[in-house]
Design a protein around this ligand. Structure first.
Ligand code: ATP
Ligand code: MG
Length: 416
């Protein structure tokens, strides 16, 4: 990178104002600074503030060691095995993360005995410049210095923000091998910010996409959930398909056009402001595959639909260690959609309609009906029967009459 870096923008050369920074975060920045430590706002928050957005969280980096940070704040807890981080807690479950500047470890630096790695890595504190270089993309490595309110750029991130492009710090061929999750993050930030990717990212993905299977599943899971939370699952997974990453990222997910069209509907719902949880996103991800595996009009039984949903969801949930509760909710959403797609007049319909999960299944089904337009009349029927259970036009089935008479029987007064 250019030798004339870092670039330092003084307070009057950039738009970040302290008013935009969370006031507890400011308190932490100031206290570190008053005690003689470097105290920077770092990462995504600086990027978002420079782009005029409001950051979702504020991270701090300092040259104080974790223990020194702990001594300054009563509400501070040290966490993390590999890298010790200080978490400072505030009212309302707010958490400000303070990290000591650190540097990347090269493979040659590691001690020969693997047992010594952990201790070695834990103590790899670095300078602010080294801390900037160990980060993933140039736009994620900008610092805001509370001491003089300047923005510090060691890696050319300001120019890339201006040009709206995602550039890996260093050589993507090396940085993606170090951490394959960065391939996914590159696509994620490009989609979130509507930035382009530098060309060397494409060639490095092409060479190293297979390494995604070696990434910690928990981290991949976290990034995939981020795609849903930011309403960018459709464009990113479509791009993953185009770049041949899908089989290494989500082995059981075919990424068909209809599957992606479904995710576009889900993304729009998220961007309209509806929170998304993991069970809903899982059901949305696999709905197309599920519907194909048990066509609702093909005489499939509920038991077969349940089995099919399990067969699709279980490998995903096992790989990513997703809790049974989430898997079961996703399964019930899929089976709920199956029941809705079968239409009225089936066994157990009233009970199904009264079930608290049915409203969510109906929401998923309504998104699916945007993809499969022929389901719209059915969706309208279900909506009117749910809003107006007594008035729906279907004749009661024999099964329902039986249920009613059973209920009446139960209501007969008991002796005593
Ligand atoms: P968001 O708005 O999603 O929180 P962010 O940029 O803050 O975006 P985080 O995942 O919260 O992203 O990570 C915080 C910072 O840590 C990043 O800005 C980046 O500097 C650094 N970072 C995160 N993941 C990696 C990685 N895999 N490799 C190198 N640096 C990373
Ligand atoms: Mg962040």
């Amino acid at each position: 990178m250019a030798a004339d870096l870092p670039i330092i923008l003084k307070r009057n050369q950039h738009p970040i104002s302290r008013k935009q920074i969370d006031h507890d975060c400011l308190k932490v920045l100031y206290r570190l600074n008053r005690n003689g430590f470097k105290s920077y706002l770092v990462g995504g928050s600086v990027r978002d503030l420079l782009l005029g957005g409001s950051p979702k969280d504020f991270d701090i980096a300092t040259d104080a060691t974790p223990n020194q940070v702990k001594r300054l704040f009563r509400n501070c807890f040290l966490v993390g095995r590999r890298f010790r981080l200080a978490h400072i807690r505030f009212a309302g479950n707010k958490l400000i993360e303070v990290a000591t500047f650190r540097r990347e470890v090269t493979a040659e630096e590691l001690p020969e005995d693997p047992h010594d790695h952990l201790h070695f890595v834990q103590n790899l504190f670095g300078t602010p410049g080294e801390d900037a270089y160990r980060r993933d993309f140039t736009i994620n490595a900008l610092f805001y210095n509370i001491d003089d309110f300047s923005v510090i750029d060691h890696v050319g991130g300001l120019a890339d923000l201006k040009r709206q492009r995602i550039r890996v710090i260093g050589d993507p061929m090396v940085r993606f091998v170090e951490d394959p999750v960065r391939m996914l993050r590159a696509l994620e930030f490009a989609a979130r910010l509507d930035f382009s990717l530098c060309n060397d990212i494409y060639s490095a993905i092409d060479t190293h996409k297979g390494l995604l299977t070696t990434a910690a599943p928990a981290r991949v899971r976290e990034e995939i959930m981020a795609l849903f939370r930011y309403g960018i699952a459709a464009p990113v997974l479509r791009q993953c398909r185009e770049l041949g990453m899908l089989p290494h990222l989500l082995a059981g997910y075919p990424g068909t056009d209809e599957g992606i069209a479904m995710l576009m509907q889900v993304d729009e719902r998220t961007r309209r402001g509806t929170d998304i949880d993991e069970s809903f996103s899982l059901a949305a991800l696999y709905l197309r595959l599920f519907m194909d595996s048990c066509p609702p009009q093909g005489g499939t039984t509920i038991a077969a639909a349940l089995q099919s949903a399990n067969q699709i969801l279980t490998p995903h949930c096992r790989y990513f260690s997703i809790a049974a509760g989430i898997r079961i909710r996703a399964r019930d959403l899929l089976v709920g959609c199956f029941r809705l797609a079968r239409g009225h007049g089936q066994r157990g319909e009233q009970k199904f309609l009264r079930h608290p999960a049915t409203a969510t299944a109906l929401e998923l089904f309504s998104l699916w009906s945007e993809v499969r337009g022929d389901l719209k009349p059915l969706l309208d029927e279900w909506r009117s029967s749910i809003n107006n259970p007594a008035g729906h036009s279907q004749p009661p089935t024999r099964r329902k009459r039986n249920r009613r008479s059973k209920k009446n029987k139960k209501r007969t007064p008991q002796p005593g």
